[in-house]
Design a protein around this ligand. Structure first.
Ligand SMILES: *[C@@H]1O[C@H](CO)[C@@H](O)[C@H](O)[C@H]1NC(C)=O
Ligand SMILES: *[C@@H]1O[C@H](CO)[C@@H](O)[C@H](O)[C@H]1NC(C)=O
Ligand SMILES: *[C@@H]1O[C@H](CO)[C@@H](O)[C@H](O)[C@H]1NC(C)=O
Ligand SMILES: *[C@@H]1O[C@H](CO)[C@@H](O)[C@H](O)[C@H]1NC(C)=O
Ligand SMILES: *[C@@H]1O[C@H](CO)[C@@H](O)[C@H](O)[C@H]1NC(C)=O
Ligand SMILES: *[C@@H]1O[C@H](CO)[C@@H](O)[C@H](O)[C@H]1NC(C)=O
Ligand SMILES: *[C@@H]1O[C@H](CO)[C@@H](O)[C@H](O)[C@H]1NC(C)=O
Length: 293
């Protein structure tokens, strides 16, 4: 048990021995219940799928029959949609981390000109998902205005349709960027055509826990495929063990429609993926300890 105490303490809980034992048991019980992979697949064009989908709508997002509208077709609108259950990203006790893959199709329509914006994003953040305050317009419903405080840890893939000279990379208007706790992308595409993020598109995002590489591939409406990747450690970025996943979008002085048409997500099972995690039996034993203590 000494080892388990030490590991539980390593999770940052300065508790008494007795509490630690209880915490260790709870942690293992939760792991037994929640180490399982998360997997879902929604095609919102199929009647009934949107109504039954396990999603939460935040601020201006709404169900639009065969798709989700992430923001209003008006200025200064911001919205989010998140999966209602958390995805388990890492495990404080074993140090194991999960990999995930997500695919989605989406549409951005409205003005096909520079007088449109601001864009949309896939995000991973604290569970349950909320709208960060002051995160509209150029902040894409992802991060609080950089001049203010209190932005929750968030890693995102942004599809940015409006060039903000103070925040966006020089020389590229439309871009796909990977954001790590900042709207200033850690890496971004440099090869999208002008106004390329328009019409119906699809994207794949993968996160490999082993290499800590996040990679994005997007197919534009013209059929061309573009990609970007960057190294990011989700745990070091401050993301909790159990995170929310979803989409956000915003408009500013100009607007456009941001629509989610389908969404599939898979994460790996950490217990199976980590050879050290042989706790299934141990958790059962501790469950008895928990029940009789
Ligand atoms: C978004 O649309 C809803 C419903 O039409 C409306 O109540 C809300 O005020 C709108 N929000 C913005 C920011 O325009
Ligand atoms: C999720 O896993 C299923 C089953 O292996 C697979 O068919 C599907 O393509 C995967 N989806 C994603 C987004 O990786
Ligand atoms: C989201 O909606 C809440 C409640 O209406 C509002 O107080 C908040 O300002 C909105 N967030 C943003 C970023 O607009
Ligand atoms: C996404 O992955 C699927 C399955 O591997 C593939 O068929 C599709 O072409 C990929 N899309 C992009 C934009 O890379
Ligand atoms: C940025 O993405 C490109 C395209 O995937 C890749 O070649 C490059 O190495 C990435 N740069 C960083 C710093 O990750
Ligand atoms: C579309 O562009 C025109 C011309 O710049 C502008 O007046 C209008 O507000 C824009 N509409 C939207 C929806 O942003
Ligand atoms: C498994 O345990 C070994 C020995 O204690 C350790 O070196 C290794 O980092 C652990 N692997 C994982 C994935 O936790």
């Amino acid at each position: 048990m000494a080892d388990r105490h030490a590991i539980a303490a390593g999770c940052g809980h300065g508790l008494s021995d007795k509490s630690l034992l209880l915490f260790g048991s709870l942690c293992q019980l939760l792991l037994l219940l929640q180490a399982a992979a998360l997997s879902f697949q929604y095609d919102f064009s199929i009647p009934g799928v949107l109504d039954r989908a396990n999603l939460v709508y935040i601020n201006d997002s709404f169900s639009a029959g065969d798709r989700i509208s992430l923001s209003n077709m008006s200025d200064n609108s911001v919205g989010r949609v998140a999966y209602a259950q958390p995805v388990r990203l890492w495990d404080c006790r074993t140090g194991a981390a999960a990999s995930f893959a997500t695919s989605f199709s989406f549409a951005i329509v409205g003005n096909h000109s520079s007088t449109r914006g601001d864009g949309m994003a896939f995000f991973v953040g604290p569970f349950p998902a909320t709208m960060p305050w002051e995160s509209g317009a150029q902040y894409l419903g992802l991060y609080t205005n950089q001049n203010l405080m209190g932005s929750p840890p968030t890693v995102a893939v942004e599809f940015d349709t409006f060039w903000n000279s103070n925040l966006d990379p020089p020389g590229v208007a439309d871009h796909v960027g990977i954001d790590v706790n900042s709207i200033r992308s850690a890496n971004y595409t440099r090869d999208l055509p002008s106004l390329g993020l328009y019409g119906t598109m699809s994207a794949n995002i993968t996160y490999d826990a082993g290499s800590r590489m996040m990679a994005v591939s997007i197919r534009l409406a013209d059929g061309s495929i573009h990609g970007v990747q960057t190294s990011v450690d989700l745990r070091a970025a401050g993301l909790p063990q159990e995170a929310a996943v979803g989409f956000s979008a915003s408009t500013g002085g100009f607007f456009e429609s941001h629509q989610l048409l389908s969404w599939a997500f898979n994460s790996t099972d950490m217990a199976a993926g980590n050879p050290n995690s042989t706790d299934t039996a141990g958790a059962g034993g501790n469950l008895i300890t928990l029940l009789i203590s």
